[in-house]
Every structure is written in structure tokens, then in C-alpha cells.
Design a protein. Structure first.
Length: 150
């Protein structure tokens, strides 16, 4: 591992432990050249996942898009950043556990809605209104009735 301070290629690991997400390893390293310490994270390389959009375009999976959608839905709601991160981790795990090379964006959207429904009702309705493209108040009311009936 190359030192980010001096560029020396001789570094050693002084400490290694699981990261907070339990999906990666946090390593403390020390440079043999300049003596400075730095942290690196190792994560298992996953199969590149392609998302098939509504218009049949294909693009590489991007975690930040799911996170941004959930953040918008949870804006000014009593949902902590830790809950949002946990939710995104769960969604990502479910998506990658399918072990498919391509997945429709509609499948990801349904997974997000299922998880949001159990987390926070208003955030769920906000996400659903954008995701399902509610055209009028009747469609919106039908979605609300589904929540109230459960």
C-alpha cells in the first residue's frame, strides 16, 4: 500500500479490525519512510451490477442514488442518519443477494418502498408519490388507503 503522504511503497499494518458496517475491514497502517499513520478500508469486490431503467437504458448500480432518494423522502422526518444508512445497507444486501448481473430499477424501487413502509409512513408516501408518479389525488388516496388498511 502506497503512503498518501510521501508516496513510499513500504507500509505495514499496525491494527486490523472489522469496520462499523461489518462488511469491510479497517486497517491502521504506518509508513516505513516518513513514519506517518493512515487508515485504509478493504471491501469485498462485488460483481458489477447493471440497472435497467424504465426507458430500457442500462447504467451501473450506484448506491448514492438510493441513498439520495431515501434522504429526500425522510427530509424533516424523525429518521436518524444511522437508520438511513442501515436501511441502504439492507437494500443493497438484498439487491446483491439476488446474484443477478442485471436488475430492473422497478425491482429496486419496490424493495426501497417495502423497507420505507416499515420505517416511516410519511417517508414511504413521499417516495411512492415520486416513484409511482401519482398523476392525480385519487391515485395518492389509494396509496394512503393501503397504508391505513395495514
Amino acid at each position: 500500500m502506497k503512503c498518501p503522504y510521501c508516496g513510499n511503497e513500504d507500509t505495514r499494518v499496525s491494527d486490523s479490525r472489522p469496520a462499523d458496517d461489518n462488511c469491510s475491514i479497517r486497517r491502521r497502517r504506518m509508513c516505513d519512510g516518513c513514519g506517518k499513520r493512515f487508515t485504509t478500508y478493504e471491501k469485498v469486490e462485488t460483481i458489477p451490477l447493471i440497472v435497467i431503467k424504465k426507458d430500457n437504458n442500462r447504467e451501473q448500480y450506484d448506491r448514492s442514488k438510493i441513498e439520495a432518494g431515501i434522504l429526500r423522502a425522510c427530509h424533516k422526518r424523525p429518521v436518524s442518519a444511522a437508520q438511513i444508512n442501515r436501511l441502504v445497507d439492507e437494500i443493497e444486501t438484498e439487491v446483491f443477494n439476488r446474484e443477478e448481473k442485471e436488475i430492473a430499477s422497478s425491482v429496486i424501487g419496490e424493495i426501497v418502498m417495502d423497507r420505507l413502509r416499515s420505517l416511516e409512513a410519511v417517508a414511504y408516501v413521499r417516495f411512492a408519490s415520486v416513484y409511482r408518479e401519482f398523476k392525480d389525488i385519487n391515485t395518492f388516496m389509494n396509496e394512503l388507503k393501503k397504508i391505513l388498511d395495514k
